[in-house]
Write a new protein. Sequence first.
Length: 383
Amino acid sequence: MLDIAEELNAWAAEGRDFAVATVVAVSGSAPRRPGAALAVDAVGTAVGSVSGGCVESAVYELCRQALADGRPVLERFDDDEDDDDEDGLGTGLTCGGAIDVLVLPVHAAGPVRPVLAAALAATASGGAVALARIVTGPPALLGGALLVHGDGTRHGGFGGHPELDDTVAAEAAAFLDAGRTGTVEVGGRGARCGSPVTVLIESAVPAPRMIVFGAVDFAAALVRVGKFLGFHVTVCDARPVFTTRARFPEADEVVVDWPHRYLERTATDARTVLCVLTHDPKFDVPLLRLALRLPVAYVGAMGSRRTHLDRLERLREAGVTERRLAGLRSPIGLDLGARTPEETALSIAAEIVAARRGGTGVPLTGAHTPIHHDGPLGVGSPA
């Protein structure tokens, strides 16, 4: 649900009634992951998607029904099409997998409305939150919600079950720390025993950072691709004549500073990607010496193979170990035969996605690898 927070926050602010269908679990190949959502308001307006198209019509009708009767419902969709469907379109997933979808009515006067509204407002404003909702368990608890903010404060709960609240809050905090979305089972009273309660926990964290060093034409193209992938993009270069807002209008930040000095004082985390496009030793060596020590998701550097070999020798002379050098993606990008700045940006972005998701970078035609990956870096969102 938090993946469409901006739209739903506007609906909530307007006082609209709506129902939201959220992917709870996925098995096999499926187009969307847990947390993907479709919402429908009282006049039939829809936003979002749970399947990329295969079962949207059926989920839309479930949302309309939930709005009418006020009851949440958990529905499974798999690859078995409904041959009795009147329009002959069927409601099965064509990809061969299965998804479980929780449909929850959200009326203006409903008990979960304040919790969901707080989650939507915080997410829409870029805050870090984890929203927990009960998917299976006692009927009285179904759809109940608890919100955990990045500072540990809570909103909502499960009505007279403090042990359950505490247990779910602890799980939600752990999911938020990892930027994960998924389900967890706990006992009905909060202990890991007895009748299980399944809880969907959605995490929303600020956009991951892409820092592009080098105010060159390739950087301008990479900024556009980075924004498309959902990154918060910064361009940094020490040359003020090139490092201007006019040249990089789509960047979130344009910084005039020596790259290594900026990297020393700026925040990075395990989702951050660093793209070094300067291919100038006076910038590259001090920058990469620092970057390769940081626990970031990706460090790539542009340059020819000769430039790469020269850069490696300079970094060794600067004291960078072979173990750290092994983390450098250089020459940057996948082999797409790219020539233009836009093609090169696509090559770099493709390598970043492959690194993030654990992809191989080989053509899917004739390959026997999964189409969808959940990679080791687990960037939550957008990227």
